[in-house]
Design a protein around this ligand. Structure first.
Ligand SMILES: [Zn+2]
Length: 135
């Protein structure tokens, strides 16, 4: 008996997931036409449309990343994992040693928020700890 537990310690900032959006151009239809035109001569749709693109989907784990610790909101934490436990069946109290955030992490987070036009004060960055459970 026991629980499968994954515990993370993450340094970063909590934001609503919906704020992390960018707009990319996407083809408006699938007709094989000259893409320099404004409208498709076959179906009349715009050749290009602006589609919201979720930047979070393009972020890699292991580097600046995002975490979903919240059950009741759509919020995410953008940041770096400072420590995490391996998944295992817990039989006794577990312990994590957590290093301080490194200067390059702060730099990368600041740059990410700047690139995406999201307000960020460095004093808002926090260290979060959370666990996922699986029975
Ligand atoms: Zn078309």
């Amino acid at each position: 008996m026991g629980l499968d537990v994954y515990t993370y310690v993450v340094f970063g900032k909590r934001v609503p997931r919906s704020t992390i959006k960018a707009v990319v151009n996407q083809r408006g239809c699938t007709h094989d036409i000259d893409i320099k035109q404004n409208f498709c001569p076959v179906c009349g749709k715009p050749v290009w449309t602006e589609n919201p693109h979720d930047l979070l989907d393009s972020m890699n784990s292991g580097a600046l990343s995002y975490f979903y610790p919240y059950h009741n909101t759509d919020d995410v934490i953008i940041g770096f994992a400072l420590a995490k436990t391996d998944s295992h069946r817990i039989r006794e109290p577990d312990m994590l040693e957590v290093l301080s955030p490194e200067p390059h992490m702060i730099k990368e987070i600041v740059q990410f928020f700047k690139d995406n036009d999201i307000a960020l004060d460095v004093s808002e960055l926090k260290t979060y700890a959370f666990s996922y459970f699986n029975d």
